[in-house]
Design a protein around this ligand. Structure first.
Ligand code: PBG
Length: 331
């Protein structure tokens, strides 16, 4: 009599999960440090390194201490930085945004000098520089005026290009901002400077920590009259289509986590490189939950970033970039 052997049957689905190296071979989505863009807040002065309360590990920095962070990013394999300015003074027009001596313009030059291979992208918006905190100038009826803002955004983008920015990223959500910036750049021989458009930028609760960090919260009203309404997906595709027609080289969905379906739809509809912005509130949630022991911060972070890529993003703008780059490098 033949003894009955216990048999376990596996399918491919489980067989390839057994060993880490095999899981790696079967992975459909790969995250690498070069996919990540690290946002930085730069301010005037020297030796400044002010912690941002809701965003552990993030600081407002002056140009000198910023360079140290850029070196850390480079060591972690991150190849692109996104700069936001935190000025000392604000006015109704946001004139600091295009002032050649402001922190962003200074920082671009300093980073390119110290780390020529690091790509420097600049956020083009007025909200950090206006005394009312809106992303454009206020018109006679108290609304954010569209066309008068376009010229100021174009001036700002041009000042960044002159400072040596590798790419400019308009985030004000004014209609026609990409075309206005493209024209201004082309007119001054910056025809090779690309535009990463914040195309589908939603009016989100998840920008809270950023606004505290940049001092850019609106002093009256909110941004719902120019940023997108969260229920809308088809509208996001229309925004992206318009930006590509106006000359956007890369497009963006922002925030990321509550908008993975929008990222997937954008990926399916357009060929342009697609960025997703894993915003300040998303970062703050993970850090808070990890700090109180509810989740494993490293695993949760890599899972979220992988999810954003799997949804269809080519590029992820994230405050986790340096730590994630290091974790990915550890293998
Ligand atoms: C500027 C801008 C904002 C963010 C990026 N660019 C703030 C806003 O629109 O209020 C938010 C980024 C983040 O929350 O990480 N308009």
């Amino acid at each position: 009599m033949i003894a009955e052997r216990p048999r376990t049957r596996f399918t491919r689905l489980r067989r390839l999960r057994g060993a880490g190296a095999l899981r790696g071979l079967a992975a459909e989505t790969r995250l690498s440090p070069g996919d990540l863009i690290y946002p930085l807040f730069v301010t005037n002065g020297a030796g400044v390194r002010q912690p941002i309360e809701a965003m552990p590990g993030c600081y407002r920095r002056s140009v000198d201490t910023l360079i140290e962070t850029v070196a850390e990013a480079a060591e972690a394999g991150v190849r692109t930085i996104l700069l936001f300015g935190v000025p000392d003074a604000k006015d109704a027009e946001g004139s600091g945004a295009w002032a050649p001596g402001e922190a962003v313009q200074q920082a671009v030059g300093a980073i390119k000098k110290a780390h020529p291979a690091m790509a420097v992208v600049t956020d083009v918006c007025l909200c950090e520089y206006t005394d009312h905190g809106h992303c454009g100038v206020i018109g006679p009826n108290g609304e954010v005026a569209n066309d008068p803002t376009l010229e100021l955004l174009a001036r700002t983008a041009l000042s960044h290009a002159r400072a040596g920015a590798d790419m400019v990223a308009p985030s004000a959500m004014m209609d026609g901002q990409v075309a206005a910036i493209r024209e201004a750049l082309d007119d001054e021989d910056y025809g090779s400077t690309p535009i990463m458009a914040y195309s589908a930028k939603y009016a989100s609760a998840f920008y809270g920590p950023f606004r505290a960090a940049a001092g850019s919260a609106p002093q009256f009203g909110d941004r719902r009259a120019y940023q997108m309404d969260p229920p809308n997906r088809r509208e996001a595709l229309a925004e992206i289509r318009a930006d590509i027609a106006e000359g956007a080289d890369m497009v963006m969905v922002k925030p990321a986590l509550a908008y993975l379906d929008v990222i997937a739809a954008a990926r399916a509809s357009f060929e342009a490189p697609l960025a997703a912005y894993n915003v300040s509130g998303e970062y703050a949630m993970v850090k808070a939950a990890a700090a109180n022991g509810s989740i494993d911060g490293k695993r949760a972070t890599l899972e979220l970033l992988t999810g954003i890529k799997r949804a269809g993003a080519d590029v992820i703008i994230t405050y986790h970039a340096i730590e994630a780059g290091r974790w990915l490098g550890e293998g």
